[in-house]
Design a protein around this ligand. Structure first.
Ligand SMILES: Cc1ncc(COP(=O)(O)O)c(C=O)c1O
Length: 376
């Protein structure tokens, strides 16, 4: 029996919905994963099917450390790594380990809206800190620190979701200094760190894990396949120990063990890095197609900065525009976007919207942007 594609929010046939923040089918590397799986199962021993070690399979962590050393550019050891089920699960873990119900956490304004729900699930209070083209505003952070003591700051430093911008290296250093001074942690969601299409972004927070202030979350969702549900935490040994002591880790550690053993093969045979190069090339074409289409149809109507990586364009309209109700109108012309208000922790940003260029090829991108134009 043939299987219908299913994921929540899949677009009906003929609709070009830039609200979908997922890769298109042609960028999901089935052959790569098939080959890595075959290679794993050909050599597998019965104990590979066992629970595994709490922190993650030692050989997988070793391969991951090598991958991070090559791609983040600094030596990395297995002691600073923990396997996770991806960044969503990583966010849930850090909310349990590094905060208590009732605590405040700082988020960027705007930020990844699904993280808000995870924090609220754990009784955490969310306070937004504005961002600009250079990333999180350090001035605004300093100001907020006068009246709040956050358990942690949640930041998306490179190719922000939804903003597209990256926090500069200087600001990253200043933020770490503030974390030391005011005794809070930085939870850096580095899910787009390796998806750069021009220059490299500033060094990942993961490279600053020895500060004892940084918890860097990485994921294979955007660089390999979301369905693997596999990621990692990179942090100082002390914070690794605190995470490992969690009941969930004690009982359910080596999260997605078999996925990790398969991904280890893809790291070791070089196919993961070849695939990331392919993604950079493909997404760069899509960024440029969307930027050109926006210039053609939205010049003078909206403002945006072309992102240098990641998945998203963030458009700002005049304050008279409310993008929320326009989603229904977009649906009627078989198009779509994500309205700005969902990314706000305090009910603002309804004059903004997010467009994802990862789910469609260049022709669809041009067509979808043209369909949206008459709505504004
Ligand atoms: C900023 C950000 N964090 C986390 C996630 C989800 O990551 P994962 O698939 O690893 O759970 C996404 C996916 O869209 C994201 O954009």
């Amino acid at each position: 029996m043939s299987k219908t594609v299913t994921f929540d929010g899949a677009a009906p046939a003929g609709t070009i919905n830039f609200g979908i923040g997922q890769p298109s089918a042609d960028l999901l590397p089935l052959d790569l994963v098939r080959e890595a799986s075959r290679s794993f199962f050909d050599e597998a021993q019965p104990f590979d099917l066992n629970y595994g070690a709490t922190q993650g399979d030692e050989q997988f962590l070793h391969s991951l450390a090598g991958f991070l050393a090559r791609n983040y550019g600094v030596p990395t050891t297995t002691d600073e790594l923990i396997v996770t089920g991806g960044n969503s699960q990583g966010l849930d873990l850090v909310s349990v380990v590094f905060a208590n119900p009732g605590d405040t956490v700082f988020v960027e304004e705007p930020s990844y809206f699904l993280a808000f729900q995870i924090f609220r699930d754990h009784g955490l209070k969310i306070v937004g800190i504005p961002v600009d083209d250079d990333g999180l505003s350090v001035d605004a952070l300093q100001e907020k620190l006068k009246s709040h003591r956050p358990a942690f700051l949640y930041t998306i430093p490179s190719y922000h979701n939804p903003g597209g911008q990256s926090t500069t290296e200087e600001r990253r250093r200043q933020i770490v200094e503030l974390a030391e001074e005011h005794d809070f942690l930085i939870v850096a969601d580095e899910v787009y760190q390796l998806l750069y299409y021009y220059d490299r972004p500033p060094p990942a927070y993961g490279t600053m894990s020895d500060s004892g202030r940084v918890v860097s979350l990485g994921s294979f969702s955007k660089i390999l396949a979301p369905g693997l549900r596999l990621g990692w935490i990179q942090t100082s040994e002390g914070l690794v120990a605190r995470t490992n002591a969690l009941g969930l880790m004690n009982s359910g550690g080596s999260i997605n063990h078999i996925s990790s053993l398969i991904v280890r093969k893809a790291i070791d045979n070089g196919s993961l890095e070849t695939h990331i190069e392919f993604l950079r090339h493909s997404y760069r074409n899509r960024v440029e197609a969307m930027d050109a289409a926006l210039h053609e149809h939205f010049e003078g109507i909206a403002e945006w900065t072309r992102p240098n990586g990641g998945y998203f364009f963030w458009l700002r309209f005049d304050h008279s525009v409310d993008t929320g109700p326009l989603r229904e109108k977009a649906r009627r012309v078989q198009a779509g976007f994500q309205d700005g208000a969902v990314f706000s922790s305090c009910g603002r940003l309804n004059n903004c919207l997010r467009l994802c260029f990862a789910h469609y090829g260049e022709d669809d991108i041009r067509e979808g942007i043209a369909r949206l134009r008459p709505l504004f």
